[in-house]
Design a protein around this ligand. Structure first.
Ligand code: ATP
Length: 323
């Protein structure tokens, strides 16, 4: 391979820039030219390519978001859209791709190889940590730390006013962010999509906290399947425990932004280097992952379709630690 392209796709995640930098520098180190595709598959279809030198990825390792921008692109879901993208790659002499994104991005890449034989290696870039084939995804650690910082601040005000706060964190259909930020933030209860928590269980946990003379209580609620229910549950609790002062807080998009943590920068750098080397060594349509501190590769088909179970011990620990 003489020339490859790197792009970010789907939701942005802190650490994507560190991954771009690592992939670009690793390819250049191995004598290969690199271009960046602006706005993922949309830019691929439109031919929005930018040559990247080692210098063009200087001073980005510490930046949140993605310098290559990201976009959702419906047109790439059609064969005609993918044909346009392929024409642009051929026109620009691009022989392989590094995709930094989530399951949707890898689904697109898998179809692209089947239609047009363009090899892709993926790096898992999503704050949700919901991809099979890696212990952690790029952006997850930073998102947990951001959520934790917000939970700590909310705890200060909750404690001062003897309040209960239900805090909704991101994670879509995965409870990873909720469980980790719940443990780190000393939450009394965590509600995640993987387990159905009833209003009665919430009421029981909060009453127990009151009996144990807790001044404040924090319930961390994952979005996803529980989305929208947080206000209903808060209403049920209010009815059952009218003397409780309950507030709901949704953390939202702050969890996507900010400087990547040390862990994310290092994870992203390792994955970016591994992705470039794998692509140049002829691997294709696999996602780079790190399991037990070792680089591993998982076919896109598995990374997309297999579910990544939560660690039950962590879930149980929330109950133990909230007495
Ligand atoms: P995140 O986990 O942050 O949402 P993602 O990669 O899953 O990231 P998506 O929006 O699902 O984000 O997908 C990104 C892009 O991948 C889509 O905008 C689309 O261009 C492409 N894509 C997704 N699904 C398909 C599909 N079934 N066929 C072809 N392309 C797809």
């Amino acid at each position: 391979m003489k020339k490859i392209a790197v792009f970010t796709s789907g939701g942005d995640a802190p650490g994507m820039n560190a991954c771009v930098r690592a992939a670009v520098r690793s390819a250049i180190y191995n004598g290969v030219e690199v271009v960046g595709i602006i706005r993922g598959y949309k830019g691929m279809i439109e031919g929005d390519f930018q040559p990247l030198s080692s210098h063009s990825v200087s001073n980005i390792i510490q930046k949140g978001g993605t310098i290559l921008k990201s976009a959702r692109c419906e047109e790439f879901k059609t064969k005609e859209g993918r044909a346009k993208a392929y024409d642009q790659l051929v026109k620009n002499g691009i022989e392989g791709l590094i995709a930094i994104g989530g399951d949707g991005s890898f689904t697109g890449a898998d179809l692209f190889l089947k239609d047009f034989d363009i090899p892709t290696i993926g790096c898992p870039g999503t704050i949700d940590n919901d991809l099979y084939g890696t212990d952690y995804t790029i952006g997850f650690d930073t998102a947990v730390n951001t959520a934790l910082d917000a939970i700590d601040k909310i705890r200060d005000t909750a404690d001062s006013h003897d309040r209960v706060f239900m805090i909704e964190v991101m994670g879509r259909n995965s409870g990873y962010i909720a469980v980790q930020s719940g443990i780190g933030g000393g939450a009394e209860l965590v509600m995640i999509p993987e387990y159905q928590t009833t209003s009665e269980e919430v009421i029981h946990a909060l009453s127990k906290g009151k009996e144990n003379k807790k001044a404040s209580s924090i319930v961390v609620v994952a979005e996803g399947k529980v989305a929208g229910r947080v206000h209903d549950i808060a209403k049920d609790v209010k009815e059952a425990l009218p003397h409780f002062d309950i507030r709901v807080s949704t953390l939202g998009h702050i969890q996507r932004g900010g400087k990547p943590s040390a862990l994310d920068r290092i994870l992203a750098s390792r994955m970016g280097v591994a992705a470039a080397e794998a692509l140049l060594n002829g691997r294709k349509n696999e996602m780079v992952g790190i399991i037990d501190d070792k680089i591993v590769f998982t076919p896109f088909s598995d990374a997309i379709s297999k579910s990544k179970p939560l660690n039950d011990d962590l879930v149980k620990m929330v109950n133990v630690l909230s007495i």
